[in-house]
Design a protein around this ligand. Structure first.
Ligand SMILES: [Zn+2]
Ligand SMILES: [Zn+2]
Length: 308
């Protein structure tokens, strides 16, 4: 049955040895209360499922970035959006970011990963938090699969619900921390692309999760949310700049591996797509570009497209 298919090969081939080029060199200066310690590294697969083999591809590709961090991709055969989802384990809680665009067994897949993790870590249970990078339909369709599940809390979709859960007050300018148990996440409200958008910074891995607010593809904006988005990206940059960042991870890929070129929006077969991960320099590039664009504008960059 397709619902149980998982990329076991990928799970089995996790390499956690960092390359020299991946090691951030600058410790945090502007955040002296945060102890500087080596980041926990992870790996990416050689390629993601991209609509290439709808008979044999899994509905969800599960990739263990490291032992406590999973990246999931929804098959583009089920929905052209092919969104990415993230599962981060701490010692007390595990958080799922996004539940996909529908027609995938996200709860069964996530619960299977959790069961394996519990076994490997000798724990009887763990609390699951189901949260969202933002509330657009292609990121929340699987929420109902978690309804009524013991030990699972599904965070609401409104800015008020998100701010309340993460204790962000005032929304969105105050940032807060969320502790999974030995794994602290910084949570920033970054409305713009969508009014409940958040970004997460994981102090253990240095990963920055940006949802649809920065990813290698079309960053959809409108004149009504343009200035809100600009100020959110500026605040995110200010926060991220002094911190150790391994990678910035968004929730789609629409760029090709060739710079400045993208698949048409709606494509469900992307044989030559760009890698998912972006760098801190991409956030700087985005923020600098927005500073020079007073109105909603479309501007094609090498690795992302401001689609205003
Ligand atoms: Zn979106
Ligand atoms: Zn999306």
């Amino acid at each position: 049955m397709r619902s149980t298919q998982i990329s076991l090969l990928l799970l089995a081939s996790v390499a956690v040895t960092p390359s020299v080029a991946q090691i951030p060199s600058q410790p945090s200066r502007a955040n002296p209360q945060q102890p500087v310690r080596p980041l926990e590294y992870g790996s990416f697969p050689d390629s993601w499922i991209h609509g290439g083999d709808c008979l044999n591809d899994p509905l969800i590709q599960v990739h263990a970035y490291n032992a406590d961090t999973y990246i999931l991709r929804q098959s583009m055969c089920t929905n052209f959006e092919g969104p990415f989802m993230f599962l981060l384990f701490g010692s007390e809680k595990v958080i799922l970011l996004d539940t996909g665009a529908g027609n995938i067994p996200i709860a069964a897949t996530v619960n299977g990963i959790i069961d394996d993790w519990l076994l490997a870590n000798g724990k009887p249970s763990i609390d699951l938090i189901v949260a969202h990078t933002h509330s657009h339909g292609d990121h929340v369709q699987g929420d109902s699969q978690f309804a009524g599940q013991a030990n699972a809390t599904v965070v609401g979709l409104s800015p008020t619900a998100v701010a309340s859960f993460f204790s962000i007050a005032p929304w969105p300018t105050e940032q807060e921390t969320y502790d999974l148990g030995g794994r602290v996440l910084d949570v920033l409200g970054i409305p713009g692309h969508q009014q409940a958008s958040i970004a997460l910074y994981d102090r253990n891995t240095g990963l920055v999760l940006t949802g649809d607010s920065l990813y290698p593809g079309y960053i959809f904006l409108s004149s009504s949310n343009w200035n809100i988005y600009r100020s959110s990206i500026s605040r995110l940059r200010d926060f991220i700049e002094p911190r150790q960042v391994s990678w910035i991870l968004g929730t789609h890929i629409e760029m090709k591996s060739t710079p400045f070129s993208a698949y048409p929006y709606g494509a469900n077969f992307q044989p030559d797509e760009r890698i998912l991960q972006l760098k801190k320099s991409h956030l700087r590039e985005l923020d600098d570009a927005l500073d020079l664009l007073p109105n909603a504008t479309t501007q094609v960059h090498a690795d992302f497209i401001i689609n205003g």
